[in-house]
Write a protein that binds this ligand. Structure first.
Ligand code: ATP
Ligand code: MG
Ligand code: MG
Ligand code: MG
Length: 346
């Protein structure tokens, strides 16, 4: 009997388009002899639809308007097709998908699902809380501050001087909960800081501000449940001043990924150890990609962040790292589905 897999894609998130790219690649590679795939698209406005049309229409978003196909709005709790699903595969990035909300829904539905549970997803998405846990686990982190919109509105001038004192320019401004560099900027002066706050507050009412590190960027993929493993490392050479949305997805000559990263063995092993520790510190399950900085001047390793549902196209860092470690893209998809069922039954 084929396993019925409910693939969730799109989502009410600034990373909607990235999810469409990941999902269409994953669906293409899934073995149709083994899996019966039920495609569930979520629009930018948060409407859930069962999509029975061609997978090719997912990546560019045209699935939503595809007249040839039956797109049905439905109630997730009482649709016969949904009840039959054996395991869910949420290929959703960012808020309302990677942050524990959808994971909570699937848990209440009592279905196995790929990836981290509620706690790991929500703290993993929040860059402030995850840093607290990383630090607690003995993983070095950079200098940062958090900033709520309500504080900013009430005490702007006091806050400006404390930020300039603690972080100095340039520093990074990020929505606390987001991904794909959406809403992120690097402030070199006060004007850019004010602009950066306005931009980042569009996505979240809480920000994280981080001292800019002159760094090499290295990423590690983690796979497993209670005994997670780390992949080889990959280095990113961004095509822009930093690895922003353009450098990730739209730049003509995109950023370069160097796999495996050219690092000495001691540094490599240390980063792999930190990656597994970071995964365990948030109570991770299934998969995550952990991003690091290596200070170019001091050689110091610092964790940047964890991504519990990392980009999953066939050219994304996460699958590429496992390919280099010895697990093909299609085997990787099978493995994370197997891990989802193992976790559910444990
Ligand atoms: P994703 O989830 O797609 O990896 P994200 O939106 O969660 O991205 P970050 O990884 O935190 O964002 O930051 C995006 C990029 O900004 C980094 O890859 C790096 O190029 C740059 N960057 C972020 N923080 C710093 C920092 N403190 N110092 C130097 N560069 C930074
Ligand atoms: Mg991220
Ligand atoms: Mg991310
Ligand atoms: Mg990152």
């Amino acid at each position: 009997m084929k396993l019925k897999v409910g693939v969730l894609f799109g989502g009410k998130s600034g990373e909607h388009d990235v999810s469409l790219m990941s999902a269409s690649n994953v669906i293409e590679v899934m073995d149709k002899e083994k899996y019966d795939i039920i495609k569930i698209g979520i629009t930018k406005l948060g409407k859930w639809m069962i999509y029975t049309g061609d997978t090719q229409n997912i990546a560019d978003g045209s699935w939503e308007n595809d007249r040839e196909c039956t797109i049905k709005e439905f109630s997730i709790f009482d649709h016969p097709m949904i009840n039959e699903i054996d395991v869910f595969f949420p290929i959703l990035h960012g808020p309302n998908g990677e942050d524990g909300t959808v994971q909570g829904l699937l848990k209440i539905m009592n279905k196995p699902f790929v990836g981290c549970g509620v706690l790991a997803s929500s703290v993993g998405m929040d860059k402030v809380y995850s840093k607290i846990l990383f630090e607690n686990a003995g993983i070095p982190i950079g200098t940062y501050m958090s900033l709520y919109k309500s504080e900013w509105v009430l005490k702007s001038s006091k806050i400006i001087s404390s930020i300039e004192e603690k972080l100095a320019y340039p520093f990074f401004i990020k929505p606390a909960n987001m991904g794909s560099s959406v809403g992120i900027s690097k402030a070199h002066n006060r004007d850019e800081m004010l602009e950066g706050f306005m931009e980042a507050f569009k996505y979240d009412s809480k920000l994280i501000l981080e001292k800019a590190i002159d760094c090499r960027e290295v990423e590690c993929a983690v796979l497993g449940n209670k005994e997670p493993r780390a992949s080889v490392l990959g280095e990113i050479l961004p095509s822009q001043e930093f690895y922003d949305y353009k450098a990730k997805y739209t730049d003509g000559d995109k950023s370069t990924l160097i796999i495996p990263a050219q690092l000495d063995e001691k540094t490599t092993e240390k980063i792999k150890d930190y990656a597994v520790r970071a995964f365990k510190s948030i109570n991770g399950r299934g998969l995550s990609r952990v991003d690091f900085f290596i200070d170019k001047n001091t050689g110091e390793i610092m964790i940047n962040e964890i991504n519990t549902l990392p980009g999953f196209t066939n050219i994304s860092m996460y699958p590429k790292l496992w390919e280099e470690t010895g697990i093909s893209y299609s085997d990787l998809v099978e493995e994370i589905i197997r891990l989802a069922i193992e976790e559910y039954n444990s």
